[in-house]
Design a binder for this molecule. Structure first.
Ligand code: G1P
Length: 281
């Protein structure tokens, strides 16, 4: 789980001691929600890739052991050289087989906890793939913020997964190979390590995971993409607007306080000019 980024879009919130991944999203921290998601999908060993500045908070909070027999290990990324480089820092700790990459700044609302990652792992195994990733449709005007996949002709679009032949990091909208954007969850075969080592800085001068995946696909690896299902929502907690929405979405679903918050919000929005006592009365 890469969680080393600087949180630049959330400054000044994240310029002191608080990593963005440790922000609360409702009653759980963002990273706790991702750990819960992965544990629900059957994952039992999680390697966090963190910056030295985050060791104090993230490592002290999670320690070596979580619930459900989940164990934690930590790899350090000392220089911010990109997502691909962050993943490569975990090589020694990741074991010999395929592994999931779950970006630490993306939290999912899911009707079935862990369901997306589970479908991804299942499709990856069933298709004997080297690259698997969750994808979501994004309007053309925003597609350039994402890694974008090229579906294989007749590759199962509309089914539970589709075959893909390429992926491009943050293309210009007119060059985007589709409107299907990489959505923060991946499964990769161990061949990725070699591809990552061969990856030179790409978009924004960073070593991109997308470029290493692209190499795997171009060298004959099979790729599968699993679209987000009904009710599955990706929340990016790395920007203030989307973080606010993530907090609101989870707070509104809170078993104890969600209904009350919903009532308060409705009243507040209907009577934005009256004071709080009146609107909650
Ligand atoms: C990263 C990936 C990108 C992906 C996005 C959302 O970009 O590089 O391919 O689509 O996460 O999962 P970032 O948001 O870190 O710029």
């Amino acid at each position: 789980m890469p969680a080393a980024g600087l949180g630049t879009r959330l400054r000044p919130l994240t310029s002191g001691v608080l990593p963005k991944e440790m922000l609360p999203v409702g009653r759980r921290l963002a990273l706790e929600r991702i750990v819960d998601e992965l544990a629900a999908s059957g994952i039992r060993r999680i390697v966090f890739v963190i910056s030295p500045a985050k060791e104090d908070t993230i490592r002290r909070h999670f320690g070596e052991r979580g619930a459900d027999g989940v164990t934690f290990a930590y790899a350090l990324q000392s220089e911010m050289r990109g997502l691909g480089d962050a993943v490569l820092r975990a090589e020694e700790l990741a074991g010999a087989g395929p592994f999931v990459v779950a970006l630490g700044d993306a939290v999912f609302e899911e009707p079935a906890p862990g369901g997306l990652t589970l479908r991804l792992v299942d499709a990856f195994s069933a298709q004997n793939a080297s690259v698997g990733l969750a994808v979501q449709r994004v309007p053309r005007e925003r597609i350039g913020r994402y890694g974008v996949v090229r579906p294989a002709p007749g590759g199962g679009a509309g089914g539970p997964f589709l075959a893909i032949t390429d992926i491009v990091e943050k293309p210009a909208p007119e060059d985007a190979p589709s409107d299907l954007a990489a959505a923060a969850r991946y499964v990769v075969a161990p061949g990725i390590w070699d591809c990552l080592r061969r990856t030179r800085p790409g978009k924004d001068g960073e070593i991109q995971l997308t470029d290493a995946l692209r190499t795997m696909l171009s060298e004959g690896g099979r790729g599968v993409a699993v679209p987000l299902g009904p009710g599955e929502v990706r929340h990016d907690i790395g920007g203030l607007d989307s973080y606010f929405r993530a907090f609101a979405a989870f707070a509104l679903r809170d078993e104890e306080h969600g209904a009350g918050l919903g009532q308060w919000l409705r009243a507040r929005l209907n009577h934005s000019d009256s004071d709080e006592e009146k609107s909650s009365a």
